[in-house]
Design a protein around this ligand. Structure first.
Ligand SMILES: Cc1ncc(COP(=O)(O)O)c(C=O)c1O
Length: 496
C-alpha cells in the first residue's frame, strides 16, 4: 500500500448516505412500534424460516443496505417474543422507551469502550450511578457500575462479598481461590430468591450446595427469624457466611422481603447484605408505599437493579451499587494497590477505571440510554409510569377476584398469579394443574394475550407481570377474557 491507496469504497459513507439508511431504519422502527398492538402478541417462528436460517450460507458478496433491511422486515420484525405488545404480561421484559431506542444508535455512533478514561461516556455513567446511589441512600464514597443485567449485578456483588469474607478468615481468594481451605463458605437465599444467585454461587466456587435456603412467610417473604437462626448455627460451627441475598421484588410474586429487619441481622453478625432489586428496585425507589423498604436500602452492602426491566431501557442495562468502594476495587483491580491513582482530571486517565470495579474490560456505552431516559422522564415521570403498571396489575387482580372461574394465588408489585378453577370443578389438584397448563399454552400460541406460568405453593399458576405503560385497564380485561374463553372452550370440549 502507498499513500495514494484510497479508503475502500464500501467504507465511505457520506452524510447523505448515513441519513438515507437512518431514515429507512427510522421508518421501520416507527412501523414496528405503531403496528405492535394490531399484530399477534406472539407467533412461533415459522418452520420454513427456521430451516432457511439453518441452511443459508454466509454470503460471499454483500448486498445493498435496503435489501438487507428488507430481510429484517420480512423475517425478523414480525416474530418478537411478545414484549412491547400491550397484552403481553409474562416475563419482566418491558418495551423499550423510544428515547432508549435512539440512544442505542447514538451510543453506537460514538462506540467508545467505557473501561475508563477521561471521556464523556465515563462521566455520564458516573452521573447515572450517582443518581441511583442518591435515590437508594448510598453514601458519596460508594461505587457502582452498569453491567449486562441482574445476573451480572448479583455476580459482581457476591464477588466483593466473597473477597471480604475470605479476607476476614485470612484467605487470599484472588490468589488461591477457595481451594484447599478447611473453611466452608455459605450463602443465604430465600426460597423465592432468583436463580441468578445459584449461578453466581457456582461460578464463585462457593457451590450451590452451600446455599442455605431460608423459608418464607405466608406472603412469600424471607423469614428473618429463620435467617437469624441459620446464621447463628453456621457461625457456631465455624462456617464462613459470604452474603445474604434478600429481594426487593421477587420475580415469581413480586414479594418484597423485610429488608430493615434483615439489615439488622446482617449488621449484628457482620454479614454482607446483597439486595436483588433487579425487578422491583425502581418501584421501591420511587413509589411512596415503599418508603420503609427504601430507607432500609441505605443500609445494604450491594444492590442490583435493572434499568432494562422496570425502567424501560432497551436490553441490556443492569446496575450494581456497592457501598465499600475499596473492597470492590480490591476484588477486581489488576493494578497493584501501590500503583493505583484515583483521579487524573486533566489528563487521559480520568477517574478510577470501571474495569477495576467489575469483570469487563471493554465496556459499552450503556449509560447513555439510561441517562437520556432519566433526563427525559425525570423521577416523577418514571414514578407515574411505574404507578400506572401497578394500577393495571390491580385491575387484573380485581378481575380475577371477581370471576367465578378464576382464583387469585399471589399479588405483589405488578405481578398477579392466579389459576382457573371451573365453577363445578370436581377433579383433583393434579388434574387442575394439567388444565391450567393447557389453558396457558393455548393462550400463548393464540396470539391474543400472553402470560407466563409458575408454581405457587406447589400448584401451577398463570403469572402476569405488567411492566408496560402502553397496557391499559382494557388490556387487562381483554387478557382475562381470553383466558376465560380458552378455559370454557377446553372444558366444553373435554369430558370431566
Ligand atoms: C428478581 C430478579 N432478579 C434477577 C434477575 C436476573 O436478571 P437478568 O435476567 O437481567 O440477568 C431477574 C430476571 O428476571 C429477576 O426478575
Amino acid at each position: 500500500m502507498n499513500a495514494s491507496t484510497p479508503v475502500p469504497s464500501g467504507w465511505s459513507w457520506s452524510a447523505d448516505d448515513v441519513r438515507q439508511v437512518g431514515h429507512r431504519a427510522v421508518d421501520i422502527i416507527a412501523e414496528y412500534l405503531s403496528g405492535l398492538p394490531d399484530r399477534p402478541v406472539f407467533q412461533p417462528y415459522p418452520r420454513e424460516l427456521i430451516r432457511a436460517l439453518a441452511t443459508e450460507p454466509l454470503p460471499a458478496k454483500g448486498a445493498a443496505v435496503d435489501a438487507v433491511l428488507d430481510d429484517f422486515v420480512e423475517r425478523v420484525a414480525p416474530y418478537p417474543f411478545g414484549n412491547g405488545h400491550p397484552r403481553f404480561f409474562a416475563w419482566v421484559n418491558s418495551p423499550p422507551h423510544v428515547v432508549g431506542i435512539f440512544a442505542e444508535a447514538l451510543a453506537a455512533a460514538m462506540n467508545p469502550s467505557v473501561a475508563g478514561g477521561n471521556h464523556a461516556a465515563v462521566h455520564i455513567e458516573r452521573q447515572v450511578v450517582r443518581w441511583f446511589a442518591d435515590l437508594a441512600g448510598f453514601p458519596d464514597d460508594s461505587t457502582g457500575l452498569l453491567v449486562s443485567g441482574g445476573s451480572m449485578a448479583t455476580l459482581t456483588g457476591f464477588t466483593v462479598a466473597r473477597h471480604r469474607a475470605a479476607q476476614r478468615v485470612g484467605i487470599d481468594v484472588r490468589s488461591d481461590g477457595l481451594q484447599g481451605h478447611q473453611r466452608r463458605f455459605v450463602l443465604y437465599l430465600g426460597t423465592e430468591g432468583h436463580g441468578a444467585a445459584r449461578k453466581a454461587a457456582e461460578l464463585l466456587g462457593i457451590g450451590s450446595g452451600n446455599i442455605r435456603t431460608i423459608d418464607s412467610d405466608e406472603d412469600r417473604r424471607l423469614r428473618p427469624d429463620s435467617l437469624r437462626r441459620q446464621i447463628e448455627r453456621d457461625l457456631a460451627e465455624g462456617l464462613v457466611p459470604v452474603a445474604v441475598m434478600a429481594s426487593a421484588g421477587t420475580v415469581n410474586t413480586g414479594a418484597v422481603d423485610p429488608l430493615d429487619v434483615i439489615a439488622d441481622i446482617c449488621a449484628e453478625h457482620e454479614v454482607w447484605l446483597h439486595v436483588d432489586g433487579a425487578y422491583g428496585g425502581p418501584a421501591v425507589l420511587l413509589l411512596d408505599q415503599y418508603a420503609q423498604t427504601r430507607a432500609a436500602l441505605a443500609r445494604v452492602d450491594s444492590l442490583a437493579m435493572d434499568p432494562h426491566k422496570w425502567l424501560y431501557a432497551p436490553v441490556d442495562a443492569g446496575l450494581v451499587l456497592i457501598r465499600d468502594r475499596q473492597a470492590a476495587r480490591d476484588s477486581f483491580s489488576l493494578v497493584p494497590s501501590y500503583l493505583r491513582t484515583d483521579d487524573d482530571p486533566a489528563g487521559v486517565g480520568g477517574p478510577g477505571w470501571f474495569s477495576e470495579y467489575g469483570f469487563d474490560q471493554t465496556r459499552p456505552f450503556r449509560a447513555l440510554k439510561v441517562w437520556l431516559m432519566l433526563k427525559h422522564l425525570g423521577a416523577v415521570g418514571y414514578r407515574d409510569l411505574i404507578a400506572h403498571d401497578v394500577a393495571v396489575a390491580d385491575r387484573l387482580a380485581d378481575g380475577v377476584a371477581g370471576a367465578p372461574d378464576l382464583e387469585l394465588l399471589a399479588r405483589g408489585l405488578s405481578v398477579v398469579c392466579f389459576r382457573c378453577r371451573p365453577v363445578d370443578w370436581a377433579g383433583d389438584d393434579q388434574a387442575l394443574d394439567a388444565l391450567n397448563r393447557r389453558v396457558l399454552s393455548v393462550v400463548q400460541v393464540g396470539g391474543h394475550a400472553f402470560l407466563a406460568g409458575t408454581i405457587i405453593d406447589g400448584v401451577f399458576a398463570l403469572r402476569a407481570c405488567v411492566v408496560n405503560p402502553g397496557s391499559s385497564g382494557a388490556d387487562a380485561d381483554a387478557v382475562l377474557a381470553e383466558v376465560r374463553a380458552v378455559l370454557s372452550r377446553l372444558t366444553d370440549s373435554e369430558p370431566r
